[in-house]
Design a binder for this molecule. Structure first.
Ligand code: MG
Ligand code: ZN
Length: 548
C-alpha cells in the first residue's frame, strides 16, 4: 500500500516536472518569466513628480531646448534629460482624477500614486472612505529599505506628504510634520521649517529662537505655524537625524538620516534660485543639489531604497499664469532629472518613474493676429513668383529667449510692490517693476488692471494664498481664478500673454492625461507603456518594489 502510493506519487511528480519543463520552455520563448519567489529584481525605486508637469510644460522645455538662441542644450548639441529619458525608456500616459470627481488636487494625486488606491479631494495618505492607506514608502520601510523625500516646495506640502502622512486634509501641515517624523523617513530635504519649530520660537526673546537663529545663520525666517510647544527639530535629533538648515550644513551632513529644512515655508522659486546661484554666500541648496545628496546618502543603504523627488514649483508658475517662470521651473526639473538619470543609467536594479500629478493652467503658444509676419522670399521652386506670406503670426522662436530673459517671478514682483510704502503702490510703480524684470513691456494703464480692488465671491476659505478677501477681478473665466490676491499675478500673465503669443485656460488644474516616463530593466518598465490611472501607476510601482 505504502509502496504503491509512493510510486504513484513519484509518477505524478515526474509527469508534473515534465509538464513544468515544457510550459516553462514555452513561456521562456515568448517572454522571460521570472521563476516564482525569486528576490525582487528591483532594489531601488525612484519616483520623480513634476507637479503640474503636463504636456504644455513638457512642450515648453522642448521648444526652448531646440529653438532658443540662448538654449544651452542647443549650444552643446545635447538633448534635455526628459527627451533622453523618453528616447531610452518607456512612455505611457496617466489620467489622475480623484475619487468621484473629474479633476484632482496634488494631495489626492500624490496619495493615489503613493498608495495605488483612489483618494478623495485634498486627502493625504487615506483612501476615499477615509482609511489610512499604506504607501510605497511605508512598504519600502517595512522591507528594510531606506526612504527619502525631496521637494522644492515644503516638506509638509501635499506631494511629499502623500507618501508618508495620513491626514483627512492637506491643510493639516502641523500634523503632517509629526507623521513624517513618526514614519522615520531617512532623508527629508525641503522647506517648511515653520511646521517643525515650537510656537515659542516666533518670539525673539526665547532661547529656542536665539538658538535657531544661530543655527540657521539668520537666513531663515523664524515664525512657527505650530499651535503647540513641540520642537520637532529636537525630536528629530533625538531620533538620530543630522539636521541641516543651509547648503553648507547639508554638504557636511554625514550618516544615514538627514532632515534638511531650508526655508520657513516654500523654497525659493527657480528665478530666485538663479539670482542666487553665482553668489558664494548662497545658503539654500537647489533641487539638483538636494537630490544628489539624497542619492548619495540612500545609496549607501544595504537593502536599497525608495526616493520621491518633487519638482514642485512648475505648478506654482502655472497657477500664476507666469510663462517665463514656468520655463525656468522646467529647467530646474530637467537638471535634477539629469542627475537622477545619470545615476540610474549605471545600474540595472533601479526603477525610475517620472510623471506629473496633473496638468495646471492650460498653457500653450497659440497663433494669432498680432505682429503678422513680413513677406519673405524663398528659394524654393514654387515660391519663385510669389512671396512666402502666411496669414497669421505662427509665433517666431525669439519669444522663447524673451521668456528666458525674465528675471523675477510675478509673485516676487508683487511682493516687492507690496513692500513699497503704501503711497508709492501705484500702477506706474508696478509697471516699472514688471518692465525691469520681464521682456514684455506693459503700460501703466495695463498695470492698473492688476490693482483694481474688487470684491470677488470666489475665494477659498482658510487658504494661505488668499491674502485679502478683496482682490482684482479677472476679465473672464473668473470662477477658475480662486487664489485671492494671487490673481494679480494671473492678470499680469494675461496682459503679457498676447505679446508672448501665449494662452492660459485657468488658474487651477485641468484633467487631461499626463506623461509617465520610466527607465530601468525593460521587462519591468514595459508594463508602464500604457494608458493608466495614477492608482495603477502606484500599484505597479508597489508590485515592482515588493516583487509581486
Ligand atoms: Mg506638489
Ligand atoms: Zn496646483
Amino acid at each position: 500500500m505504502t509502496s504503491m502510493r509512493f510510486s504513484l506519487r513519484r509518477r505524478n511528480i515526474v509527469i508534473l516536472a515534465t509538464a513544468l519543463l515544457f510550459t516553462s520552455c514555452a513561456a521562456l520563448e515568448k517572454k522571460q518569466v521570472a521563476p516564482v519567489q525569486q528576490e525582487p529584481k528591483i532594489r531601488n525605486v525612484i519616483v520623480m513628480i513634476g507637479d503640474g508637469m503636463g504636456f504644455p510644460a513638457v512642450g515648453l522645455l522642448d521648444s526652448y531646448a531646440k529653438y532658443a538662441a540662448t538654449s544651452p542644450y542647443k549650444a552643446a548639441g545635447i538633448k534635455t534629460a526628459l527627451e533622453e529619458l523618453a528616447d531610452t525608456g518607456v512612455i505611457g500616459f496617466t489620467s489622475h482624477e480623484a475619487a468621484n470627481v473629474l479633476v484632482t488636487d496634488s494631495a489626492a494625486s500624490s496619495t493615489q500614486i503613493a498608495s495605488g488606491k483612489a483618494a478623495g479631494s485634498e486627502m493625504i495618505g487615506v483612501d476615499e472612505q477615509g482609511n489610512p492607506t499604506e504607501t510605497i514608502l511605508e512598504k519600502a520601510k517595512k522591507m528594510g529599505k531606506a526612504t527619502g523625500l525631496v521637494s522644492d516646495t515644503r516638506l509638509t506640502h501635499a506631494t511629499p506628504a502623500g507618501f508618508a502622512a495620513h491626514q483627512t486634509a492637506r491643510a493639516k501641515e502641523n500634523e503632517i510634520a509629526v507623521d513624517l517624523l513618526n514614519n522615520d523617513v531617512d532623508v527629508m530635504l525641503s522647506g517648511g521649517l515653520r511646521y517643525f519649530i515650537p510656537q515659542e520660537a516666533s518670539d525673539e526673546a526665547t532661547d529656542i529662537h536665539q538658538s535657531l537663529k544661530q543655527r540657521t545663520s539668520g537666513k531663515i525666517k523664524l515664525k512657527s505655524s505650530r499651535k503647540d510647544s513641540r520642537n520637532l527639530i529636537a525630536e528629530a535629533e533625538q531620533k538620530g537625524y543630522a539636521v541641516a538648515f543651509t547648503k553648507q550644513q547639508l554638504e557636511q551632513a554625514a550618516g544615514k538620516k538627514i532632515l534638511g529644512l531650508f526655508s520657513s515655508s516654500m523654497m525659493p522659486d527657480a528665478l530666485q534660485q538663479r539670482a542666487e546661484l553665482a553668489k558664494p554666500e548662497r545658503s539654500t541648496p537647489t533641487l539638483k543639489e538636494m537630490t544628489g545628496k539624497a542619492l548619495d546618502t540612500l545609496a549607501k543603504h544595504q537593502n536599497g531604497f525608495f526616493l520621491m523627488v518633487e519638482a514642485g514649483q512648475i505648478d506654482q508658475a502655472e497657477h500664476a499664469n507666469d510663462a517665463g517662470r514656468l520655463l525656468h521651473e522646467m529647467l530646474v526639473m530637467d537638471e535634477t532629472l539629469q542627475v537622477i538619470l545619470n545615476w540610474v543609467k549605471q545600474r540595472n536594479d533601479t526603477l525610475l518613474i517620472v510623471l506629473a500629478d496633473h496638468n495646471t493652467g492650460g498653457f500653450g503658444f497659440s497663433y494669432n493676429r498680432r505682429n503678422l509676419p513680413e513677406k519673405k522670399e524663398l528659394p524654393g521652386l514654387l515660391f519663385k513668383n510669389e512671396p512666402f506670406e502666411p496669414e497669421f503670426n505662427f509665433v517666431p522662436h525669439d519669444v522663447l529667449d524673451k521668456l528666458y530673459a525674465q528675471k523675477m517671478s510675478y509673485q516676487t514682483i508683487l511682493e516687492q510692490f507690496d513692500a513699497l510704502p503704501k503711497k508709492k503702490q501705484k500702477p506706474a510703480a508696478l509697471a516699472k517693476l514688471i518692465n525691469e524684470n520681464t521682456a514684455f513691456p506693459v503700460t501703466e494703464k495695463e498695470a492698473a488692471r492688476a490693482l483694481q480692488e474688487e470684491r470677488n465671491a470666489y475665494y477659498i476659505k482658510d487658504h494661505e494664498a488668499l491674502g485679502s478677501k478683496s482682490f482684482p477681478k479677472i476679465d473672464d473665466f473668473e470662477e477658475f481664478y480662486v487664489y485671492g490676491a494671487g490673481v494679480r499675478a494671473d492678470i499680469i500673465g494675461r496682459i503679457q500673454s498676447k505679446f508672448q503669443s501665449v494662452v492660459w485656460a485657468t488658474g487651477t488644474h485641468t484633467n487631461e492625461p499626463v506623461p509617465v516616463l520610466t527607465y530601468g530593466p525593460r521587462e519591468i518598465t514595459a508594463q508602464f507603456g500604457q494608458m493608466m490611472h495614477t492608482t495603477e501607476v502606484g500599484q505597479k510601482a508597489i508590485n515592482v518594489l515588493t516583487g509581486n
